[in-house]
Structures are given as structure tokens and as C-alpha cells.
Design a protein around this ligand. Structure first.
Ligand code: RM4
Ligand code: MN
Length: 399
């Protein structure tokens, strides 16, 4: 049996990084539905991220996206985050929103475009030096729409050259997280389409390069926990971008589409003792909230990750290993399902009624108290933005 106190402790120590862009307006290619009170500046996004941390206790860092979060003075921004009780996390590059990148960024056939894109990666490392960020997260939209459009192999060479430059610019504990995505915006061939490609480049680069798994970036039916398990075994899993997908890269709230899959992923993490911050995996969210209120949606996602983690921690591993060794198929599957089917919400809510509103482990109170509770500087601003949310709690099952 899993030790409940150890489970609670592990949940308390869990760290989930929120993405600055999830707090701002977003939409589909058809329409952006603006929401009242969304942050206008990097500072306001940080304040919103701080609000998520205050109510969850497990989201102490926020990832930035450059140039969306470009500021003149990044050390000042870092200080601002610290004043708000959080820190700046991964720096994400953007080599997908410039006319020059129509035919690719670091894999573009034009060397001048490749130079510009690679310089942006180097600029991101400069920013990391000022923010104290450890992680440079790279996602490339590069790819082809038509067979024959460009040379598949040459593009890999160009990619490797750009990655090498960025890698050689890292210092201290800085590292590269190389993300992959099956398709979109390119429809025929993507230059980093899967974990194998990312893994191979990371191996070639060296120990400071690891794979980032965005859960929404696979073909339907892909066994993501297998990828997790394999990369953990190789010491090459650096981060997650958690989100849910029903069809393509839907960027919905983590755990919304398939909480069972999230549990299976978290079980592999627990199985490898890789949950602790010291292990080094950055558990990030990467989502867009197009129709739902943003801060509550991010809190919901954080809690969904925590619920999946709690269930993974409850797996009776000794019994499971024994059943597996004995070849007892039904028993082994039953042990895993017992953990998954446990209602862990009380475990995560835990705390006495009336306690300060923090739905983290042992800190829970009815979540619908959020808009009226704990209005610090960021809280006041966020409460304004939450607007009518108080009548629409994101958790209707509060005790
Ligand atoms: C991409 C990818 C990246 C994120 C951008 C906004 O699809 O998932 O992680 O930086 O979207
Ligand atoms: Mn992502």
C-alpha cells in the first residue's frame, strides 16, 4: 500500500510551470474571442501566474515567449516576478511568425534567413542569462507542404547546425529542450516531427539537450507513456508541455480529453522516481483558453495534473511488480486500475473548511471562494479580470 503521508508530501513538492501566453487572448484561425481583463503586458501575465501559484501552491514559475514577452530589462522583470512570489521559467523562442520564415526558419534554404533565426535562438540565451532561466525551449514550425519542395536531408543538416550554435552558447546549468510536433503548420513533412528526431538531435548535441514532450503533438492513438518511459530510461526527458487534444493540436486544458492517459504518463514518472524538482524534468503547461476563463482554466489544469499524479503515486508498486513478475495479467492490470479509480480529490483538498483558499494538497477550501479571497496586488487585478466567475466555479464538487 502507498503511504498516504508520503503521497501528500510528494504532491506538495510537485512543481508545474505555467505559460505566459495562456493568460492572454487566444483563438482559432476563425476568431479570437476577447475576454475582459486579460493581461496586456508581461508584468500582468506574471501577476496572473502568481495568482495561480497562490491558489495552488505548486506553480511557482512562469514560462516566457519571446518576442511576445519582450521587455527592455529582463533582470527587472525577474525581480518583479520575485516580488509577486514566483520566478521566470523556460524561455520559448518564436521563429514562426515572421514573413521571412515562410519556407522555414533554421532549415530555410536561404542562409540569411537561417542566420536571422539562429540569432534569435542566441538572443533567447542572452535573455536566460538575465532572467536566470535554466531552459531554452525550442519548437520549430519548419517543414514542407509538398513533396520535392526542399531537400529533406539538407534541412536536417541545417537544423543540426543551428542547434549546435545554440547549444554551444549555453552556460552553467542552462539546457535545451527540443520539442517536436507531428504536423502543422507544415502538412507534408515537418523537420522535427517526432520524439525520435528530437532524441537523435539531442544525443548528437550532448548532455545539455533533452526532449520536450508536448502531449498534443502526436498522431491519434500514440502511446505517449511509452515515449516517456523510453526517454526516462535514456536520461533524455527534459520537459512536458501538458495539454489535451481530441483531434489535432487542440491545446485544451490538461487532463480534459483523456485523464487516463495523463495518469499513465504520470505513472511512468513516478515509476522512475522522476517527479521531484531535483530530478530536473520541467512539468509545464502549454495551452490556449479560447472560450473559458483563463486563470481558472489554468488552475483546473494544474489540479488535473495533480490528480493524475496523486493516482500514479497511489499505485501499489510492490504488488504491481510482483503480479508482473508472476505473469498475472489480470492482477497487474487490476492494481493499476485500482489506483486510477481512486477518488483523490479529498486528498488534494484535505484542509479544514475556512482555511485560506489554496486548493493545493492539504490546503483546500471550496474553490468558488477564489474571486473574493486573498486579494493581494495581483489578486485584485486578477479578481477584476475574473469578472462574473464567482457564479461559475470551475469546481462544482467542493466539499
Ligand atoms: C507550438 C508549440 C510551442 C509553443 C507554441 C505557442 O505549437 O507547442 O511549445 O511555444 O505553440
Ligand atoms: Mn508546446
Amino acid at each position: 500500500m502507498a503511504d498516504l503521508n508520503a503521497v501528500k508530501q510528494a504532491l506538495r513538492e510537485q512543481r508545474i510551470e505555467t505559460p505566459s501566453w495562456a493568460f492572454g487572448n487566444s483563438g482559432t484561425r476563425f476568431k479570437v474571442f476577447a475576454q475582459a481583463g486579460v493581461p496586456r503586458t508581461p508584468e500582468e501575465k506574471i501577476a496572473d501566474a502568481a495568482t495561480v501559484h497562490r491558489f495552488t501552491g505548486v506553480a511557482p514559475s512562469v514560462a516566457l515567449h519571446i518576442p511576445w514577452d519582450k521587455v527592455g530589462d529582463y533582470s527587472k522583470l525577474s525581480d518583479f516576478a520575485a516580488e509577486n512570489g514566483i520566478r521566470l521559467g523556460a524561455i520559448n523562442t518564436n521563429v514562426f511568425q515572421d514573413d521571412d520564415y515562410k519556407l522555414g526558419s533554421v532549415t530555410n534554404p536561404d542562409p540569411a534567413v537561417r542566420r536571422k533565426a539562429t540569432d534569435h535562438l542566441l538572443e533567447a540565451v542572452d535573455i536566460m542569462d538575465q532572467t536566470g532561466s535554466r531552459d531554452l525551449k525550442l519548437w520549430f514550425s519548419d517543414g514542407l507542404n509538398y513533396p520535392g519542395q526542399d531537400d529533406l536531408r539538407l534541412r536536417q543538416d541545417r537544423l543540426a547546425a543551428a542547434l549546435r550554435e545554440a547549444y554551444d552558447r549555453l552556460s552553467g546549468d542552462q539546457r535545451i529542450l527540443l520539442e517536436y510536433k507531428l504536423f502543422e503548420p507544415a502538412f507534408y513533412a515537418t523537420d522535427v516531427p517526432d520524439w525520435g528526431t528530437s532524441y537523435a538531435h539531442c544525443v548528437e548535441l550532448g548532455p545539455k539537450a533533452t526532449v520536450c514532450i508536448d502531449t498534443g503533438h502526436h498522431a491519434p492513438g500514440t502511446n505517449i507513456e511509452f515515449i516517456v518511459s523510453f526517454l526516462l530510461r535514456q536520461g533524455k526527458l527534459g520537459a512536458f508541455d501538458f495539454n489535451s487534444r481530441f483531434y489535432a493540436d487542440d491545446d485544451l486544458m490538461a487532463g480534459a480529453a483523456d485523464p487516463f492517459q495523463l495518469f499513465r504518463i504520470m505513472y511512468e514518472i513516478v515509476r522512475a522516481d522522476a517527479l521531484t524538482p531535483e530530478y530536473g524534468i520541467n512539468f509545464m503547461l502549454d495551452q490556449c483558453h479560447n472560450i473559458e476563463a483563463k486563470i481558472p482554466a489554468i488552475i483546473r489544469s494544474v489540479m488535473n495534473v495533480q490528480e493524475a499524479t496523486a493516482k500514479a503515486l497511489l499505485v501499489d508498486r510492490d504488488a504491481l511488480f510482483a503480479a508482473q513478475a508472476a505473469g498475472d495479467v489480470l492482477e497487474a492490470n487490476g492494481i493499476l486500475m485500482d489506483a486510477y479509480n481512486t477518488d483523490v480529490r479529498p486528498l488534494l483538498r484535505g484542509g479544514p473548511r475556512g482555511e485560506r483558499a489554496r486548493p493545493g494538497p492539504d490546503r483546500g477550501v471550496p474553490a468558488q471562494r477564489l474571486p473574493g479571497e486573498d486579494r493581494g496586488r495581483a489578486g485584485r487585478r486578477a479578481a477584476g479580470r475574473l469578472g462574473r466567475l464567482s457564479s461559475h466555479p470551475w469546481r462544482s464538487t467542493a466539499p
